[in-house]
Ligand binder design. Structure first.
Ligand SMILES: NC(=O)c1ccc[n+]([C@@H]2O[C@H](COP(=O)([O-])OP(=O)(O)OC[C@H]3O[C@@H](n4cnc5c(N)ncnc54)[C@H](O)[C@@H]3O)[C@@H](O)[C@H]2O)c1
Length: 452
């Protein structure tokens, strides 16, 4: 399934696609509405706009977008749904700075822009006094970016939540429920990754969001405009968080456990070049581009409590989508690619896989049991609802977000660390402790109830 199909089947409405009519899902209570500003209404941000607009407890007071087509798409969507038009900031690449100074202030900002803009936009928000930031994956580019965000969140006593939606995938959460109830025993080894054919995301014709050409950079549109360049200049696990986020919750990373070291390997690079030649011919100017990113990047991580993790980044070759989860303990395991679960002495037959569905339904997480109606129409099979829900409810309840800046930093820092490991001949590198030792005392908080 390519990204376009994935996006369609998962119900995510993206730029250029028609969004449905908004049905508001939250009755207003006595608390003031949460004032939110949104930066970036491209393929991802338009989905966040939709989710924010559905809520009666949110006032989307401003949006910032510099690309006329994406902005027009967002405005049309708002008008079509008879919603109040937010203030628009679009005059320059720095317009977001003005948005942060808006009259009446912002309770939160949601950032859905290219990766390289996340760190400056987060730091700017914290300095401007905004107490909650919801940022799309990833947190930053360099290791220093991650430290800067952690230190700024501490200094300004603010909450930075990475909007890592896969943590809320229904099967992922059912497995979290099973882990917490001890079904798999003591966890030993975990796998995951980002295994998604992105060739039609990384290249397009500058008009369509997906495919129809082999342009990128200045001539590309949406992610082809900025993401593909990372594949030209960098080699590492460029997108670790969809895999590592759920895994980190399973083994309480930063909350009694932590990543201690990492080692990455990269294969040769063929997929992107072959795609260009196949669609654009050997004489297309992009056929001479050298891509630094290996087609399959494999990373091993050690944990303080003795678990091992294997992560894979695999976005440039033909392949059906799967995040490749494996959660294995002393009593059994789940593997998402085979949709299978085996629990010693409890599975239907000894040494044979059960179809995972029967277990996942039985252990459906209370969050999904409570909110599944509200997830209807939200992107990626409904899981996108939960990241916005968690951010908004944390603000309303004046509490920390269930995924915090230490989680964001530890998950996202895998990218620069894996680049470092590969550049140094697969050297094992130490994992920084962004919590400064607090990991040992911190307690799990993610999805403990059905609230958010
Ligand atoms: N969690 C998920 O499932 C998921 C899915 C897709 C994308 N993403 C993430 O979302 C982010 C955005 O990706 P996308 O697919 O929407 O890319 P996109 O290119 O379609 O959208 C990014 C938007 O940011 C705008 N922008 C760029 N510079 C700006 C600036 N200075 N001020 C204001 N706006 C600016 C662009 O014009 C564009 O419309 C990325 O971090 C990506 O990794 C996450």
């Amino acid at each position: 399934m390519n990204r376009k199909d994935f996006v369609r089947t998962s119900g995510l409405a993206t730029a250029g696609l028609m969004l449905g009519t908004v049905t508001n899902v939250f009755a207003k209570d006595d608390r003031p509405k949460v004032r939110i500003g949104l930066i970036g209404v491209g393929a991802r941000g338009i989905g966040h706009l939709d989710l924010l607009m559905r809520r009666d407890d949110v006032d989307l007071v401003a949006i910032c977008e510099v690309e006329p087509r994406a902005l027009e798409n967002a405005k049309n969507y708002i008008a079509k749904n008879n919603k109040k038009m937010p203030l628009i900031f679009s005059e320059s690449n720095d317009a977001w700075k003005k948005m942060y100074e808006i009259n009446g202030g912002l309770d939160a900002v949601v950032i859905a822009t290219p990766w390289e803009l996340h760190t400056p936009m987060i730091l700017g928000a914290l300095k401007a006094g905004i107490k909650y930031v919801g940022t799309e994956v990833v947190l930053g580019i360099t290791l220093q970016d991650h430290w800067d965000v952690v230190r700024a969140a501490e200094k300004y006593n603010a909450h930075v939540m990475m909007l890592e939606n896969v943590c809320y995938r229904r099967d992922v959460m059912a497995v979290l429920n099973m882990v917490r109830q001890g079904l798999f025993g003591e966890l030993i080894h975990l796998q995951g990754g980002y295994q998604h054919d992105l060739r039609e995301v990384k290249f397009n014709d500058g008009i369509h969001t997906y495919g129809h050409g082999v342009e990128f950079g200045e001539k590309g549109y949406s992610e082809a405009h900025w993401r593909t360049n990372h594949s030209v200049t960098r080699n590492g696990d460029l997108y670790p968080t969809h895999g590592i986020g759920p895994i980190a919750h399973y083994i309480n990373i930063n909350r009694g456990n932590r990543f201690t070291s990492l080692c990455s390997f990269s294969s040769k690079s063929r997929g992107l070049h072959n795609h260009i030649v196949k669609l654009g011919g050997p004489n297309h100017p992009n056929a001479s581009v050298k891509f630094k990113l290996g087609d399959v990047v494999t990373t091993s991580i050690n944990c303080a409590n003795g678990e091992t993790i294997l992560l894979q980044h695999d976005t440039d070759l033909p392949r059906p989508y799967t995040l490749g989860f494996r959660v294995q303990g002393t009593e059994g395991l789940w593997m998402d690619v085979a949709n299978s679960i085996y629990i010693q002495d409890k599975s239907n037959n000894n040494d044979q896989w059960d179809v995972a569905r029967q277990w996942l339904d039985k252990y459906d997480h209370p969050l999904w049991a409570r909110w599944s109606k509200e997830t209807a129409g939200a992107g990626h099979g409904g899981m996108d609802f939960f990241v916005i829900h968690a951010l908004v409810e944390s603000i309303k309840n004046k509490v920390a977000t269930p995924m915090d800046v230490y989680d964001a930093a530890a998950w996202s820092a895998i990218t620069p660390l894996s680049e470092q490991s590969i550049a140094n001949g697969n050297k094992t590198v130490e994992f920084p402790d962004f919590t400064d030792g607090k990991w040992a005392e911190r307690k799990p908080v993610f999805a403990l109830t059905d609230a958010f």
